[in-house]
Design a protein around this ligand. Sequence first.
Ligand SMILES: [Fe+2]
Ligand SMILES: [Fe+2]
Length: 199
Amino acid sequence: MEPSKTTLGLELPTDPRWVNIAEKNIEDILVDHAYCEQKAASSCISLIIMFPEREKLLEVLTPVVAEEWAHFELVIEHLKKRGYTLGKARKDEYVSRLNGIMKKGGTRDEQLVERLLMNALIEARSAERFKLLWKNLEDEELQRFYYDLMVSEAGHYHNFIDLAKEYLPKEKVEERWKYFLVEEAKIMQTLVPRADRMH
Ligand SMILES: [Fe+2]
Ligand SMILES: [Fe+2]
């Protein structure tokens, strides 16, 4: 049977319990979210540092760095406004498990595409989570905020997928992307929804 599809091709929708517990722990969610934005900016910077000769990548990802950093600033503002502080980073089990999906070795282009697809995957899942927050939070300001972020991260998902297709044939990228989606769904199935994590 065809698995039910959620936004951006994800195989498995988020456990519906997550948004209810997230709503009650908005401080933890905002803190974790701030770190997600920081990591998104840093991941784009790393790609630019590792692949400086790829002109298209430089052209597409330079503005994405600025957007992710602006998201980070906005989350910090929302924390501050509510009397919370950033505090220390937490262990990101979702991302550390996702890293195991990437193929080791291969050509430079293959390595680049693995990284681009990993970023696309995190963007897709983040957009899906932001959609839930937009639709379910009671705080109207945060609702608007998560709507805007959902749109922005969905755009980044397309940026990463399109970039991957610049460096490897379309069919090869699609085959790897399918594998990423299946593996991500397996990881999602084993992660217990946590009140203090964005993923
Ligand atoms: Fe972002
Ligand atoms: Fe993003």
